[in-house]
Ligand binder design. Structure first.
Ligand SMILES: Cc1cc2nc3c(=O)[nH]c(=O)nc-3n(C[C@H](O)[C@H](O)[C@H](O)COP(=O)(O)OP(=O)(O)OC[C@H]3O[C@@H](n4cnc5c(N)ncnc54)[C@H](O)[C@@H]3O)c2cc1C
Length: 419
């Protein structure tokens, strides 16, 4: 439950599967709570400065909300027409057009990597501008839910149950389709659930290629689905510490070069040092036992569903060395450690077992000009009664905010269909 944005219990800590911050301060999540009469049931915690950049010589530079908002304001556009135009170009191209100074371009590269999990060379400028606007307007601009990132899904499921819904914890093996119409799903225990509308949050490629099957679509649609490409994947290390070693909410060590196509295609063997460390209990102290801390360290990696721990071995060394640079006395305080890579992301999100080189993506489809705005897949599938929700269709924004925005939009489409 919660998918990639889940929180689990481990060694007495509550810990997120992956490092998460909420861009826009959970604005879309708050709208869902308002719309379901649950305002105030989820507390969003703000820490300002939220990120601390650690330089090679060990200097710590706090990155506060005002600075963030000022910086993002520098890339906004004035009109809807201009926004639409910028959807068609990359952020890199746009920054060149507006003669953005070097430091702004460098900062935008880090931002796109953190938010869209691709570099500015590929990100759609318009999609990033709109997402930046959401951050600027967010209250707070960036936040973290009390109880962990998984608290969002847990809160939504409470509402579902209160309204007669049921959480089954079964895996869907097949979406049942007859004569171009979705009729229900078959679960992994063989049971069948019928429905007038089937809404899939497994991602478009897993839904179409694995859960429905190619035979039910035209060749043109299948070719398009296969040609879609994902955001980057990630490797992640949990460090369970016997003391509170880090005082900041999160730390970033800047790579000397940005990952790009090479890393996406898994062609580059080892990355440059660079990485991100998030400390959930520095937002919500109740997440860890008194006097202890868990650090979630991460760096982007190929989204390849077969990029497993063995393949990622050297990458973990690079990330671990980077974390040691940021936190010199780290190793003396480690009680437990846990390594995961893109193959785990693929399993968590149900995107394993589909095409090569995809599945382990952090977000979903890459937010590039050819895959956002009017080019984004339609949440209404060509199969009647089948809908897509989540990062891949129907929304705009960053990570969880994007998925929840999609949920709000797609729920209206599905409600209209069911009338
Ligand atoms: C390393 C990492 C760092 C991230 N950092 C951030 C961040 O800081 N901020 C942020 O906002 N976002 C972040 N994200 C992204 C965020 O987690 C995702 O964008 C968001 O969870 C996408 O939600 P989704 O519903 O589209 O997909 P998912 O989270 O993948 O959810 C899909 C759900 O569907 C279920 N499912 C799939 N197939 C089946 C099936 N056949 N049967 C039953 N169930 C199925 C899965 O089990 C899962 O629960 C990060 C992700 C990763 C991996």
């Amino acid at each position: 439950m919660g998918g990639k944005a889940a929180t689990v219990e481990k060694f007495g800590h509550k810990v997120d599967l992956f490092a998460h911050l909420l861009a826009g301060g959970g604005a879309e999540v708050k709208k869902v709570l308002e719309e379901t009469g649950k305002s105030g049931t989820l507390e969003i915690i703000a820490k300002d400065p939220v990120i601390c950049f650690v330089t090679e010589d060990g200097t710590h530079l706090g990155f506060g909300f005002e600075y963030l908002k000022d910086m993002l304001s520098g890339i906004l556009v004035d009109t809807d027409e201009e926004l639409e135009r910028t959807y068609e170009i990359t952020l890199d191209q746009y920054l060149k057009e507006i003669n953005a100074p070097g430091p702004l371009r460098a900062a935008m590269n880090v931002m796109t990597l953190m938010y869209f999990v691709i570099s500015a060379k590929y990100a759609s400028a318009g999609e990033f501008i709109l997402s930046s606007k959401k951050i600027i307007e967010g209250d707070p601009p960036i936040g973290y839910p009390k109880g962990g990132i998984g608290k969002i899904a847990e809160t939504f499921v409470d509402t579902l149950k209160e309204n007669g819904g049921e959480l089954l914890r079964k895996r869907v093996e097949k979406i049942l389709v007859e004569e171009g119409r979705a009729l229900g799903v078959r679960a992994d225990d063989g049971s069948i659930y019928e429905g007038r509308a089937i809404v899939s949050n497994a991602g478009i490629q897993a839904t179409v290629l694995k859960l429905v099957g190619e035979d039910h679509f035209t060749k043109e649609y299948i070719d398009r689905v296969k040609s879609l490409y994902p955001s980057l994947g990630a490797i992640r290390i949990w460090y369970f510490l016997d003391t509170k070693l880090v005082s900041e909410p999160s730390l970033v060590y800047m790579p000397t070069s940005m990952p790009s196509k090479e890393i996406r295609e898994g062609e580059r063997n080892l990355p440059e040092p660079g990485g991100y460390v998030m400390v959930p209990s520095n937002f919500d102290p109740d997440l860890s036992p008194h006097g202890k801390q868990v650090l979630i360290a991460t760096m982007s990696a190929p989204a390849h569903q077969k990029f497993d721990q063995k393949e990622a071995n050297g990458w973990f060394d690079v990330l671990h060395d980077t974390v040691k640079k940021m936190i010199p006395n780290l190793e003396e305080h480690i009680e437990h450690v846990d390594y995961r890579s893109s193959d785990f992301i693929a399993k968590i999100s149900g995107r394993d077992g589909i095409m090569d080189k995809v599945g382990g993506e952090c977000i979903g489809l890459s937010q590039t000009p050819s895959q956002v705005g009017k080019n984004k897949p339609d949440p209404r599938s060509p199969i009647e009664g089948l809908f897509q929700v989540g990062a891949d269709a129907g929304g705009v924004g960053i990570g969880v905010d994007l998925a929840v925005n999609s949920a709000r939009n797609v729920s209206k489409i599905v409600s209209d269909y069911l009338k």
